[in-house]
Design a binder for this molecule. Structure first.
Ligand SMILES: Nc1nc2c(ncn2[C@@H]2O[C@H](COP(=O)(O)OP(=O)(O)OP(=O)(O)O)[C@@H](O)[C@H]2O)c(=O)[nH]1
Ligand SMILES: [Mg+2]
Length: 330
């Protein structure tokens, strides 16, 4: 780390990566600039932040003038996390959505079937994860809004078509294309510290159509030709092979915990609709999700869970554990 970045900086940086509106982006960048230690070692980063802020302001003005959202396509976040399904034409992205969610995007044996991103919710135990089907990325073309979509996703699935001899090349084309932009895939999500715009999204590689007779041989070629530093899940989206492993790994990769809220007046907590927060989040982070009034007026909470005795009184800095039941008091 080039500078001693404060927790506030790191939090703003994390939110910046997940921002879905220009206003949010701008607010996060401003916090980052305010929080960054001002010395020679951070000159470059400071300059970079300033130019990002100037650009976000310009884009906001354009948005206001034209009434058009300049950053293009945004799907509101929903559920425990958001997963972008990526790949070349015909890789089986839409089929995967059909198999893991109740969404019914068109699946067809010819390329370029999907024209617009569309979401579906994948159930996992008592929560759901948002999956987004996307149009194909090719050597020549990627929709401009795909950058924002990938950057704000918690995880990307890079699908490889094992049903065609072109599949490996098409997968490589996706990586090459992204490699020329500031939106990249990696084993974990992070923002580059040297270059403010450069963003890495955690990704899995998902070779698909393993049910086909030639698929195992193609998978071997794929391993020989593309040594990727990404976790791999080999599946048949159509036949269901490997889907349970993938579903579990997707949820775990989000690294969230579930928290159930209980009203002080209620006997039982609401076990049907857990809140999800990033692992390591505090009671305060969750309170804001329940209602923004709690942000200012939270006095304490009682918690029933694995880390504390039943009904323990805790403050805003309590770190939430999976399956905690929380009773907020104003
Ligand atoms: N054998 C087999 N075929 C599959 C599998 N998954 C998808 N397909 C077929 O592959 C073709 C393309 O599937 P889609 O889901 O439409 O692919 P896509 O990646 O969404 O394609 P675009 O929208 O054009 O980018 C269809 O004919 C599917 O039936 C699979 O697991 N096994
Ligand atoms: Mg499709």
């Amino acid at each position: 780390m080039p500078a001693n970045l404060t927790p506030q900086y790191l939090k703003a940086e994390e939110e910046y990566r997940r921002a879905t509106t220009l206003e949010e982006e701008l607010r996060c960048l401003q916090i980052m600039l305010q929080e960054i230690p001002k010395h020679k070692g951070t000159d470059h980063l400071q300059a970079s932040l300033k130019s990002k802020i100037a650009k976000a302001k310009r884009d906001l003005q354009t948005e206001k003038k034209t009434g058009k959202k300049g950053r293009g396509f945004r799907i509101p976040r929903q559920g425990a996390g958001t997963v972008a399904v990526l790949g070349g034409p015909n890789a089986g992205k839409s089929q995967l959505l059909r198999s893991l969610t109740r969404a019914t995007p068109e699946v067809a044996p010819y390329p370029f079937t999907t024209q617009m991103p569309s979401p579906g919710m994948m159930p996992w135990e008592d929560v759901a994860v948002q999956m987004i089907d996307t149009p194909p990325i090719t050597a020549d073309y990627m929709e401009p809004y795909m950058h924002g979509l990938i950057r704000s996703a918690d995880l990307a699935l890079l699908m490889v078509d094992l049903g065609s001899d072109d599949g490996i090349e098409q997968c490589q084309a996706v990586l090459d294309h992204l490699g020329e932009t500031k939106t990249r895939l990696a084993a974990t999500s992070y923002l580059s510290e040297e270059d403010v715009g450069l963003s890495f999204t955690q990704a899995f590689v998902v070779p698909n159509k393993i049910d086909l007779p030639e698929a195992p041989a193609r998978l071997e070629w794929f391993h020989e030709l593309c040594a990727l530093d990404l976790r791999e899940f080999v599946i048949s989206a159509e036949k269901g092979t490997g889907l349970e492993e993938l579903r579990n790994a997707i949820y775990r990769a989000l690294d969230v915990v579930r928290v159930y809220s209980k009203l002080p007046t209620a006997k039982e907590p609401d076990m049907d609709r857990p809140f999800t927060v990033r692992r390591g989040s505090t009671l305060m982070d969750m309170a804001g999700q329940v209602h923004k009034d709690y942000l200012e007026n939270l006095k304490f909470a009682r918690v029933w869970g694995s880390a504390v005795h039943d009904g323990t009184v805790v403050k805003g800095d309590y770190v939430l554990q999976d399956k905690d039941v929380v009773e907020l008091h104003m």
